[in-house]
Design a protein around this ligand. Structure first.
Ligand SMILES: [Fe+2]
Length: 211
């Protein structure tokens, strides 16, 4: 099962705090249903090619989400006074991302994705996810009265600053996670620890309440 339950809980939490999640959900729907969804193509060969392309891209996205999951699981965010309920939900979600990080990659390999296509997909996925994150950050940044302006440049600046402070993964950490993705024998297994991910739900209050 993919993270549905805590996605919903997180959405409720954000809406309860006054954030408008509808626009971002619509963007995500467009990306995952229209761009990464199945398409009615005329030939079996074209359908196969499209399937492999989608799997390779999803494998690249899962590499990024595994990095985020590993980061949120192994970073002591309590010292920044992170909301314990939101932090637990993010870690539970992160644990699932680490746990299933190889699935799309392995299926793409099974269907014969080439090395150049797989490596290019990692680069495209990283750029795409970063743009999605910037888009998702737009609403909270726009509502933050402490910020001097509400531009996209501000979002990137705050993103870099948070990476430097340790409240978000740093550019260096993101970059170092993308580089192995270009290795011919790369597997997302190189990122994060399955044992750590599998152990998390046992100590997560939200996962135990749902379980
Ligand atoms: Fe995932």
């Amino acid at each position: 099962m993919h993270a549905r339950a805590h996605d919903e809980v997180l959405g409720d939490l954000f809406r309860a705090r006054g954030y408008d999640t509808a626009a971002m959900v619509a963007v995500a729907e467009r990306v995952f249903r229209e761009m990464l969804g199945p398409r009615n193509l005329p030939t079996a060969a074209a359908r196969h090619k499209h399937l492999v392309a989608r799997l390779a891209l999803i494998g690249g996205i899962e590499t990024f989400t595994a990095l985020l999951g590993d980061w949120v699981l192994s970073t002591p965010l309590e010292k920044f006074e992170a909301d314990p309920v939101v932090l637990d939900l993010f870690r539970w979600h992160g644990a699932e991302e680490v746990e299933h990080r190889m699935v799309a990659h392995d299926v793409a390999e099974y269907f014969g994705v080439s090395y150049p296509q797989r490596a290019a997909s990692v680069v495209v996925a990283y750029v795409g996810v970063l743009l999605l994150i910037a888009r998702a950050g737009h609403d909270p940044v726009r509502r933050d009265p402490d910020l001097p302006d509400h531009s996209y440049a501000r979002i990137w600046f705050e993103f870099l600053r948070s990476g430097h402070r340790g409240t978000l993964p740093s550019v260096r950490r993101i970059g170092w996670s993308a580089l192995p993705g270009l290795h011919p024998r790369f597997t997302p297994e190189w990122l994060g620890s399955t044992a750590q991910a599998v152990a998390y739900p046992a100590k997560s209050p939200a996962a135990r309440a749902a379980g």
